[in-house]
Design a protein around this ligand. Sequence first.
Ligand code: SAM
Length: 294
Amino acid sequence: MKEGHPKKLVMFSVWGLPRFAAYSFILALVYALGFITSFTGKSKSPENTTQVPPQFLESDLVRFRTKCSDPVPSTLVRQTILDKVYNGSSPYHGFPPSHTLGLLKPKRIKGWGSYGAVFENLVRRVKPRIIIEVGTFLGASAIHMADLSCDLGLKTQVICIDDFRGWPGFRERFKDISMVNGDVMLLHQFMQNVVYLNLTEQILPLPFSTSSALVKLCEWGVMGDLIEVDAGHDFHSAWSDINMAYALLRPGGVIFGHDYFTSADDRGVRRAVDLFARRKGLFVGTDGQHWVIG
Ligand SMILES: C[S@@+](CC[C@H](N)C(=O)[O-])C[C@H]1O[C@@H](n2cnc3c(N)ncnc32)[C@H](O)[C@@H]1O
């Protein structure tokens, strides 16, 4: 009987409080418990463990590989790409394949600013052994650079990175480019142009997305003396292409690209080029519609 007595006292001291104070006490207790439970629960939920603090996200946007594998000698670049991409033999062997017969024109070339003075100026200045072109289409600028190099007596290899898909809707302007089961014949027509002009030893296509091809060239140590960037013209494409391509530039080389001055003005290529140059402390020159760094 003696033990029950203090218990009663405690009960009395809680429930004996004025009603308002008792409710407040219980409310505070429930709130505190709820807070602790929800806090512990959140830190364990999967959606919260994947949240990345903003500062990491921002640094990811400017983090590009800046060092590639040891450079392959220029003389071995062509064979390196043939080995890695084409089972060691030229993609021009046996060209054109039978399913494209009758679908290709002997020669069909169209470019944009592809014959500007900048090409001759740079080929003369740099005397490139390896040119990497990021964005080729039907090969107008690649063929022009190969011709200029031949005229100077250089043994230049031009590597053309392009997925050869053009862009959504490009066929509205290029109805004459054939399509087979949804596959546009851009790669084949480009290769046909190269074959027609007898430049198969000088020009090699790399028919992949720009980023996947640039990653691999960096991994293989394939570097360029002259790099032209002329693929996607929206800010994010240009930004990524320029940063990734710059890692492939040999010391003393030049990187350049088209459409520095367009209606996209400070939102597309120009914004990407200027931001890149500012971050690296580089000077951007211009030559016609082209930007030039180096
Ligand atoms: C403006 S055209 C290149 C013109 C060429 N430099 C000339 O002057 O003759 C752009 C090319 O970039 C290619 N392209 C755009 N974005 C690409 C990407 N992410 N990966 C691969 N190719 C891309 C398109 O297929 C198109 O052929």
